[in-house]
Ligand binder design. Structure first.
Ligand code: SF4
Length: 364
């Protein structure tokens, strides 16, 4: 068994209405889970949590993606609260589309309040044309702004997650104009993470380069509430390019003799997901790689055993055949762009990108 003892169990009762260009999951649209299936999920996850706890494994059941799209969301939240160890997070990410489009939005927000939610986090990609294009949904920008006002009127705090892309930076002033209008309680600006799938490979064309962000680095450092984590990132943004990762690789070759040496420094966390159809997947949201079973056919004990035999899938060890590929130093020397100026969220993602590129080129 791996040293990790934490699992997030995603319950996906609906997909997302959007499919955002920076996001590693395929959001949807997806079918709704029936209430009958949902009741089976609740019973399964509750049992799974109890069995895992007996083995000192912590489980965090979570309603993932955009559950407010489900017409029965109030009942869904209320039943979820009966699962052993379940608690609603204080802050919930949303596009705002369900809050803006549901006729019963006031009741839904009341149910979220009663479940302990205090904050909604809205991801913004820029002014209207950029935002709607980034999330592939015409009208998303208007919905976001309406949802912000509705959430505020219902006494929620509102947080901004500003996605920094090349198109957004090209319309920086217009973006800040729309940011200021909503008077967010909390703010951060982030560079999207890389993931080894088609959507994130396509996003590379929008990923900012060092020259794009340098004029704004001091601004973003001040803009972010979290001065330690986010502020430091922007202060040192020049350390997050592919070029820097390549220089680090050459300077400390012994650190990069095995992927295990990189992965050992990453959080060890497993993600599982169950959605409509009741298949249980190793992966989260719609970023799923292996089917582990199906509710009704596989027991919670069998699923737990299967999970703990694998590498944690928070990090890329869960998705790549790291025991059967050359070392990071060999991979980097073959596929890295030694002068690459694109900016990444974390340095380990650059190793993910190199390994992804290496595996794709070797399979051609
Ligand atoms: S960012 Fe959120 S809404 Fe967009 S595709 Fe990802 S999970 Fe869905």
């Amino acid at each position: 068994m791996s040293k990790t003892s934490r699992i997030t169990f995603d319950i996906v009762v609906s997909g997302c209405v959007t499919d955002c260009w920076h996001c590693y999951v395929y959001g949807g649209p997806a079918p709704l889970m029936t209430m009958n299936d949902y009741e089976n999920v609740i019973a399964f996850v509750d049992k799974f949590c109890r069995i895992a706890n007996e083995q000192n494994v912590e489980v965090y059941p979570y309603l993932d993606l955009e559950p407010m799209l489900h017409p029965e969301i109030e009942k869904i939240v209320s039943l979820a609260r009966t699962i052993n160890g379940f608690s609603m997070p204080v802050c919930i990410p949303t596009t705002g589309i369900p809050i803006s489009t549901r006729n019963d939005w006031e009741q839904v927000l009341t149910a979220y309040h009663e479940a302990g939610v205090e904050q909604f986090e809205f991801t913004l990609h820029g002014p209207e044309a950029i935002h709607d294009k980034a999330v592939s949904w015409k009208g998303a920008f208007r919905c976001l702004n309406e949802a912000v006002q509705r959430a505020k009127c219902s006494s929620f705090e509102i947080s901004l997650n500003l996605m920094v892309s090349k198109p957004m930076l090209q319309q920086f002033r217009e973006t800040m104009y729309v940011v200021e209008k909503n008077e967010y309680n909390h703010k951060r600006a982030v560079i999207p993470a890389y993931a080894p799938n088609e959507k994130l490979r396509r996003f590379e064309q929008y990923r900012p380069e060092l020259a794009d962000v340098i004029p704004y680095k001091d601004f973003f450092q001040e803009f972010c509430d979290n001065k330690i984590h986010d502020g430091e990132y922007w202060h040192n943004v020049q350390e997050s390019t592919e070029e820097k990762a390549y220089q680090e690789l050459l300077a400390h070759e012994s650190k990069y003799e095995s992927y295990h040496l990189i992965i050992d420094s990453l959080p060890t966390w497993y993600f599982l997901a169950v959605g409509p159809g009741l298949d249980i997947w190793y992966g989260n949201g719609f970023h799923r790689t292996q089917k582990l079973g199906q509710i009704g056919k596989t027991t919670p004990t069998e699923v737990l055993e299967k999970v703990l035999r694998r590498y944690p899938n928070y990090s890329f060890g869960g998705y790549f055949p790291i025991d059967h590929v050359p070392s990071p130093i060999e991979v980097g020397k073959i596929v890295a762009d030694p002068t690459g100026k694109r900016i990444y969220h974390e340095i380990d993602e650059i190793h993910v990108k190199w390994l992804d590129k290496y595996l794709m080129e070797s399979s051609e």
